[in-house]
Ligand binder design. Structure first.
Ligand code: PEP
Ligand code: MG
Length: 570
């Protein structure tokens, strides 16, 4: 049995598929028979060509001709005599291994294309690097897995999954996810919850102990992973899986019920989404709105930015589907662990403290921020859209966004394009700075949403995805708790709405404290909504005041957690 971090609840049982996107290590090696090495290269070239042609044909039937074009371009590059000739010459003259000759030659061409600057040439550079890796993988015998086409009953094991890889997963076929890296709030974990796939993350070294085809149990509720279980253990977990699914079904009685405490305090339980299609789940679990639409997912998994029109359609779709219920849409929050290759961002030394989110958007007003804000304003004519700004640290940033929104409103007025003139503009409170001046922000902004995933990271100075220091990453740390309480109090005093869209909003141990502090809105993964509603209806905010006071009196995270665990379980 292996123990990791529980990242997405439920029990998954299936067969291991190891997904490796490891960096290839290419070394320069001398060869004694260059002719034989050239034959080795030619063999790999032929296999790569065949693989690419097959992939292109598959993509053309499954997705479309246009999508297959990139791969047909790769076939042309692979058959370019200038490239292959240069690789062969290098193997011959320098007596080096094929992997190294490919590395050197393809990198040279890729760098040359990249330096030409225009977009088409950038794409050629990316293509060149792609074919380089494909040929090297063939030579090294490294197989790559098409994550979107795994067989039914697969459990994915990987060092780490990027958000775009996770987004390609089909929940019909994937019954579990296990990764060596990441934490509960890494974006792949968040996506696993959205897809309702049981997941365990931060399980260091697990890849050494499994191979493709092993039977594996993933207990995403508590973080246990069992490889090749005995028959009795397998039966036990099949039983647990049924109990989990039954409890899930029992929660359905809370569909259509109000989210109201025993002493009559109404709160809103809304949903976090990443794509317009996620709205189906929000409606299925009776979400009272959308508390966070992470728009960066519209920008992922593609080769160019979505146009204003495409974005408008996506935002409009959500607004219409939610039929007048609030839909809080967050403007582009890239950087940190969310990379978008075509945005041309340089690697930051400290990505979480770097050029990202609103900082990036305000620097790229014309090509990035204006089109997004315009799409949002136009879509606001079709429902109850509110705009939310991520990673704000000072009031000037908010004022700049506000001014930009006003400018775009005027422009829409002059063109007689409809939008909601009273659209609200709020902020994520997720940095230590924003928390410390929450009183100042509360006087100017329309609403707050507390992003505890980042607030914890920035308050504790602990990378949210680093499992070595994960023991420091807790929303129950007294410093984080004080910050949360302060933000809620400042909002209440100024009379603005305050919600929470970080993962803590659905934590059973945190919900009683948030109710006591006076949080108005809880935003979470759709599948967590009914459980939260059940809890909320069982508490009285008056009774919870003493619990919160006690929780706030402790000096350590452990004391707070122990106390809340005992309180919730009693
Ligand atoms: C947060 O930081 O709490 C949050 C909700 O945003 P994200 O997880 O996308 O950074
Ligand atoms: Mg955040």
């Amino acid at each position: 049995m292996y123990k990791g971090t529980n990242a997405s609840a439920g029990i998954g049982i299936g067969k291991v598929v190891v997904v490796e996107e490891q960096e290839l290590v290419i070394k320069r090696e001398m060869v004694t028979d260059p002719q034989a090495e050239i034959q080795r290269f030619k063999g790999a070239l032929e296999t790569s060509m065949k693989q690419t042609q097959d992939l292109a044909a598959d993509l053309a039937t499954r997705v479309g001709e246009k999508e297959a074009e990139i791969l047909n371009g790769h076939v042309m590059l692979l058959s370019d005599p200038m490239l292959t000739g240069e690789i062969e010459t290098m193997i011959m003259n320098d007596q080096v291994n094929a992997e190294f000759a490919i590395e050197t030659t393809c990198t040279k061409f890729a760098d040359m294309f990249a330096s030409m600057g225009d977009e088409l040439m950038q794409q050629r550079a990316t293509d060149m690097r792609d074919i380089k890796t494909r040929m090297q993988k063939v030579l090294l015998g490294v197989e790559s897995v098409d994550i979107a086409a795994l067989p039914e009953g697969s459990v994915i094991l990987a060092k780490d999954l990027t958000p775009s890889m996770t987004a390609g997963i089909d929940p019909e076929n994937v019954t579990g996810i296990v990764t060596e890296l990441g934490g509960r709030t890494s974006h792949s974990a968040i996506l696993a919850r959205a897809l309702e796939i049981p997941a365990v993350v931060a399980l260091a070294g697990v890849l050494e102990h499994v191979k493709n085809g092993d039977t594996i149990i993933v207990d995403g509720s508590i973080g246990d992973v069992i490889v090749n279980p005995e028959a009795d253990v397998l039966a036990e977990y099949q039983g647990k899986r049924e109990v989990f699914l039954r409890e899930k079904q029992e929660l359905e009685q809370y569909i259509g019920k109000p989210s109201i405490t025993k002493d009559g305090v109404h709160v809103e339980i809304v949903a976090n989404i990443g794509k317009p299609e996620d709205v189906d789940k929000v409606l299925q679990y009776d979400g009272e709105g959308v508390g966070l639409f992470r728009t960066e997912f519209l920008f992922m998994d593609r080769t160019a930015m979505p146009t204003e029109e495409e974005q408008f359609e996506a935002y409009r779709k959500v607004a219409v589907a939610m039929d007048g219920k609030p839909v809080i849409i967050r403007t582009l929050d890239i950087g940190g662990d969310k990379e978008i290759p075509y945005m041309g961002l340089e690697k930051d030394e400290n990505p979480f403290l770097g050029y990202r989110a609103v900082r990036f958007c305000l620097d790229r007003k014309d090509d990035v921020y204006r089109p997004q804000l315009r799409a949002l304003l136009r879509a606001s004519a079709f429902g109850n859209i509110k705009i939310m700004v991520p990673l704000v640290t000072c009031i000037e940033e908010y004022r700049q966004v506000k001014a930009l929104v006003e400018e775009i409103k005027n422009e829409l007025d002059s063109k007689r394009i409809a939008y909601n003139k009273d659209i609200q503009l709020g902020i994520m409170v997720e940095t230590a700075a924003a928390s410390l001046i929450a009183d100042i922000f509360a006087k100017e902004v329309d609403f707050f949403s507390i992003g505890t995933n980042d607030l914890t990271q920035y308050t504790m100075s602990v990378d949210r995805g680093n499992d070595k220091i994960a023991y420091l990453y807790s929303t129950f740390n007294p410093a984080v708790l004080r910050s949360i309480k302060r933000i809620i109090t400042c909002a209440r005093e100024a009379g603005i709405m305050v919600g929470m869209c970080g993962e803590a909003a659905s934590d059973p141990m945190m919900i009683p404290l948030l109710l006591a502090f006076g949080l108005n809105e809880f935003s979470m993964s759709p599948s967590a909504i009914l459980r939260a509603r059940k809890m909320i209806t069982e508490y009285s905010t008056e009774e919870l005041q003493a619990v919160a006071d006690k929780a706030m009196s402790f000096a350590t995270t452990k004391e707070v957690e122990d106390y809340m665990k005992e309180f919730v379980n009693q």
